[in-house]
Design a protein around this ligand. Sequence first.
Ligand code: NI
Length: 183
Amino acid sequence: MELPNIKILDEKNKILRTVSKEVVFPLDKEMKDTIYDMIKYLKMSQNEKYEKKYKLRAGMGLAMIQIGIPLRIFVIANENEDHTFEEHIIINPTILSESEEMIYVGEGEGCLSVNRPVDGIVPRHARINVEYYDIDGNKQKIRVREDIAIAFQHEIDHLNGILFVDKIDPKDPFKGKDLMREI
Ligand code: NI
């Protein structure tokens, strides 16, 4: 398998601070191909062989702004235990509701645009309901929880020019730890 021609911007690039624009449908073939390339990239990044071959970092989510296109689109690809992938293509998302319960990733969140180790807690809702459009422009609803809910919130932040590192208090990176559940 060949690695798609995708260049992921580093956090130093100010383009990542752009608030992405709503997508107007229909998407053209080029845009659809870019979306499928983003998913392919994520899947390959989670495969040990390709990780080594192409010196990739494993990632499960990617927002279009991370490849320099300021549109409200993100993709998720997360390998299940049976080696199938849970995949999502999410366009123009709106969070309809959020759980009161908060969670955080114990080992710390990661981002393909943040190429340095970052310690600290990023508070996230344990469950969220999201309305969005699929790749064909049909309105959909989804309820996500746990790691997928965190990925959705991380990627929606990207659409608003926000990086996970912004949500960590540098003076007290583990603030609020006892009020949240670690996953
Ligand atoms: Ni990210």
